[in-house]
Design a protein around this ligand. Structure first.
Ligand SMILES: [Zn+2]
Ligand SMILES: [Zn+2]
Ligand SMILES: [Zn+2]
Length: 136
């Protein structure tokens, strides 16, 4: 049992097992929303299966529950959860983290500009110095 599963409580393991073998049919449920381009060309859904090897990674695929919601504490609502393989899960989390970081950065910038007086940006970012294209 991973620490994460422990913190969710004992019901969590049953919940993910049911989803993994029930709804997901032991196959990654990602339909492309992780942002990866899946090797499956015809269908958008990821073709990694639980406990099977994958060309995309070493070892065996383990499907893990990824929350799509912002429930706090994390819920056990099947509609809020997708069973994802490791490559999809990693990518999915990365996207989430990047978004969170971007939001934080914007908030920080807003705080700064609220305190400090506005200063013009340093350096010359103008693109006007590019010479016009001449055809021969
Ligand atoms: Zn939820
Ligand atoms: Zn996947
Ligand atoms: Zn995916």
């Amino acid at each position: 049992m991973t620490p994460r599963e422990k913190s969710y409580g004992t019901g969590w393991r049953n919940f993910t097992t049911t989803l993994r073998y029930g709804r997901a049919q032991a196959r990654c449920e990602c339909d492309g929303r992780c942002g990866r381009r899946h090797p499956t060309l015809l269908r958008q859904r990821c073709n990694n299966h639980h406990n099977r090897p994958s060309k995309e990674m070493r070892g065996l695929v383990k499907l893990q529950a990824a929350h799509l919601c912002k429930c706090d504490p994390l819920c056990q609502d099947p509609a809020h959860v997708l069973m994802l393989c490791q490559p999809c899960h990693l990518r999915f989390d990365m996207k989430e983290n990047l978004q969170k970081r971007a939001i934080k950065r914007i908030l920080r910038q807003q705080e700064k500009s609220a305190i400090a007086p506005e200063t013009p940006p340093k350096g010359n970012y103008s693109r006007e110095s590019i010479p016009p294209v001449t055809s021969t």
